[in-house]
Ligand binder design. Structure first.
Ligand code: G3I
Length: 321
C-alpha cells in the first residue's frame, strides 16, 4: 500500500485520526497529510459539550461543522466524540448543578436536549457516536460523575435511547481507556453492555481508546478482549490510539513504539468486528501527551515536521493473518 488510506481500504477497515481544528484551518501541510492518509476522523475537542454550548442556549457549531465538511469533501467517515462525559462540560452546567440552581429533573432534561440537538444536527453525517465516555473507574466501580450522582445509573440507557431516536442509523458506542488490559474495568463494562442489551437498549459498539506507553508494555490480551465484546454482537473500534514515551526520543524507543502500533493494528485486523482504527492525532506537532505527562511525548505516527516515523512504516507493513 502507498499510504494508510490504501492499507485500510485493502483490509476492509477505516484508519482514522483525531483532528485539531485550528491546525486543520491554519496549516496546509497538516491538512494535506490528514486528507491523504485518513479515511475516518474524530474531532479532538470540537464536538465536546463545552465547545458546542459554552453559554446556556448559545451554540457554537462552526468548528464541528468545519470537521464534518472537510470529511465529506475528502471521503472520510466521522466519529462523534462525545455526548456524555464528565470532562469538558460547560461551566454554566457544572456550576448550576453545584449551586443547586439546576436540580436533578432539570439536569435530565438538559442532557436529553443536548443529545437530541447534537445528534440531530449531524444526522446522516456521523457514522458512530461515542455516546458515553469513561463511565467506569479503573477499580471497576462506576464513575461518580454528575450524571451518576444526580440521575442514577439509568442515565446510560437513557443516553443511548435518546441518541438512537435522533439518528437511527448512527452506530452507538461506549468508549473507555485502559479497557485494553484492566480486568475490573473490562468486567464491569462487559456487564453494562449485557444489561443494556437485556433491556433492549440500542448499543452497537465498544471503543478502546488505546492510550499506550512503551514503558508499560504492550497489552498482550487485547485481541482477546476485543473478541469477547465482539461475541456480544458489538462492533469494535480502536478510537484514540497513541504510544507515548519518555523523552528524549531514541531510535530504540521508536522501534518499540513502531512495534506497538503494528501489534495494535494486527489485533484489530484479527477481529472481524473491528472496523475502525483511529489514532489520537497523527503528528507530534499537535498531541495532548506533552501537556499531560511531564517529560513524555513523541506519541504519534508523524514527527513535528510531518515526516513519517518508524511506526508509520510498521503500519504499512501489516498484513491480515
Ligand atoms: O479552550 C482552552 C483555551 O481557551 C486556552 O487558551 C487553552 C490554554 O491551555 O486551553 C484550552 O482548553 C484546552 C482544551 O484541551 C482545548 O484545547 C484544555 O486546557 C485542555 O486540557 C484540553 O485537553 C484535551 C483533553 O481531552 C481534555 O479533557 C485534549 O486536547 C484532548 O486530546 C483530550 O482528549 C481525551 C479524549 O477526549 C477522551 N479520552 C482521553 C483523551 C486524552 O486525554
Amino acid at each position: 500500500p502507498r499510504d494508510l488510506r490504501e492499507l485500510a481500504y485493502q483490509n476492509g477497515i477505516r484508519i482514522g485520526s483525531a483532528v485539531n481544528i485550528a491546525a486543520l484551518r491554519d496549516e496546509a501541510d497538516y491538512r494535506k497529510v490528514l486528507n491523504r492518509e485518513f479515511s475516518h476522523v474524530t474531532a479532538e475537542n470540537a464536538m465536546k459539550w463545552e465547545s458546542v454550548e459554552p453559554e446556556r442556549g448559545v451554540f457554537t457549531w462552526s468548528d464541528a461543522d468545519a470537521l464534518v465538511d472537510n470529511a465529506r469533501r475528502n471521503n472520510q467517515k466521522v466519529r462523534g466524540h462525545t455526548l456524555v462525559w464528565h470532562n469538558q462540560l460547560p461551566a454554566w452546567l457544572t456550576s448550576g448543578v453545584e449551586n443547586g440552581t439546576i436540580d436533578a429533573a432539570e439536569l435530565r432534561e438538559i442532557l436529553r436536549d443536548h443529545i437530541t440537538t447534537q445528534v440531530r444536527r449531524y444526522k446522516g453525517k456521523i457514522r458512530a457516536w461515542d455516546v458515553v465516555n469513561e463511565v467506569v473507574n479503573d477499580d471497576g466501580t462506576m464513575r461518580q460523575s454528575i450524571w451518576l450522582t444526580h440521575l442514577g445509573p439509568g442515565y446510560i440507557a437513557d443516553a443511548f435511547r435518546w441518541a438512537h431516536r435522533a439518528d437511527p442509523h448512527a452506530r452507538l458506542y461506549i468508549n473507555d481507556y485502559n479497557l485494553e488490559w484492566n480486568a475490573p474495568k473490562i468486567e464491569t463494562t462487559f456487564s453494562i453492555v449485557k444489561d443494556l442489551q437485556a433491556q433492549g437498549v440500542p448499543i452497537h459498539g465498544i471503543g478502546f481508546q488505546g492510550h499506550l506507553g512503551i514503558q508499560y508494555g504492550y497489552p498482550g490480551d487485547w485481541a482477546n478482549v476485543m473478541s469477547r465484546f465482539a461475541d456480544l454482537g458489538l462492533e469494535v473500534a480502536v478510537t484514540e490510539l497513541d504510544v507515548r514515551m519518555e523523552l528524549p526520543v531514541t531510535s530504540e524507543k521508536l522501534a518499540t513504539q513502531a512495534d506497538y502500533y503494528r501489534r495494535a493494528l494486527t489485533d484489530c485486523l484479527g477481529v472481524k468486528a473491528c472496523r475502525e482504527f483511529t489514532v489520537w492525532g497523527f503528528t507530534d506537532r499537535h498531541s495532548w501527551v506533552p501537556g499531560w505527562f511531564e517529560g513524555e511525548g513523541a506519541a504519534c505516527l508523524f514527527d513535528e515536521n510531518l515526516a513519517p516515523k518508524p511506526a508509520y512504516h510498521a503500519l504499512l507493513g501489516v498484513k491480515k493473518a
